[in-house]
Ligand binder design. Structure first.
Ligand code: NAP
Length: 243
């Protein structure tokens, strides 16, 4: 049985990925930071479905926490087959109103968190000579967003990191890919006004916003044997909004 770690899986896209992987026979490690009850409830739901699952608190921007997340996974399930770096935070502000603290926080969680989880999970993957890493960036990491320049910066770093890591780990039979979601219906967009969401829909060729399942389906495919010759790719799940 394969084991997947999903960072930031207490809710939103990560929770949907956890559910889909559990339905498909994976041992699931639900990482969370603040929402313990949501993580616990999700874990109980997966256990009731007959899946193997644990939930584990770790701040992905803290190296000791990440080491503990990896060790807990290995102690429980013996290997790490798939790592999905999904944990993320966002912040709306004009560049002149963005504090250095806010910038550092976005970089620490979104970019450094992805780096740290890869750094510590790949040791097991390299010794197993197989593994899949899926990094969740954003459409704003590709094209940049007004009012979210610091978030865009933190997400674009994930794209070049993915490409470099795919080159570094390819000889160890580890695939590294990146998903760039468009506008996805989660808490991350809950502060957008109805007018803004409608405008985003109108600007999307497929005329809707995405669901967490739209992203989870691609993650499941990228983790599968069918995707074994795909690495270093940056794939959008955005209804065509960045075309
Ligand atoms: P969400 O509902 O706000 O979920 C974010 C998740 O990240 C939560 O489970 C949260 O856990 C976790 N998290 C935050 N800080 C963390 C930390 N320091 N350590 C560990 N976990 C942490 O947002 P979402 O929409 O599902 O976002 C998931 C990913 O997709 C993010 O990387 C986001 O940037 C990306 N994305 C989202 C959209 C969108 O439109 N929704 C678009 C493009 C990209 P706790 O709450 O338990 O702390």
């Amino acid at each position: 049985m394969k084991t997947v770690i999903i960072t930031g899986a207490s809710k939103g896209i990560g929770a949907e990925i956890a559910t889909l992987f559990a339905e498909n026979g994976y041992n699931v490690v639900i990482n969370y930071f603040k929402h313990e009850l949501k993580a616990k409830n999700l874990c109980n739901k997966l256990l009731k479905m007959g899946a193997n699952a644990i939930y584990c608190k770790a701040d992905v921007s803290n190296e000791d926490d990440v080491k503990m997340l990896v060790n807990t996974t290995l102690n429980t399930f013996k290997s790490i087959d798939v790592l999905i770096n999904n944990a993320g935070i966002s912040k709306f502000d004009l560049v002149q109103d963005t504090s250095l603290d806010d910038l550092n926080k976005l970089l620490s969680v979104n970019s450094v968190g992805t780096f740290l989880c890869c750094k510590h999970a790949v040791k097991n993957m390299i010794s197993n000579k197989c593994g899949k890493i899926i990094n969740i960036s954003s459409m704003w990491g590709l094209v940049g967003s007004s009012m979210e320049t610091a978030y865009s910066m933190s997400k674009s770093a994930i794209i070049s990191f993915t490409k470099g890591l795919a080159k570094e780990l390819g000889p160890s039979n580890i695939n590294v890919n990146c998903i760039c979601p468009g506008v996805i219906n989660t808490d991350m967009i809950k502060d957008l006004s109805e007018d803004t969401v409608n405008t985003l829909k109108e600007n999307t060729p497929l005329l809707r916003i995405g669901t967490p399942k739209d992203v989870a389906n691609l993650a499941l495919f990228l983790a599968s044997d069918e995707a074994s010759f795909i690495t270093g790719q940056v794939i959008s799940v955005d209804g065509g909004i960045t075309l």
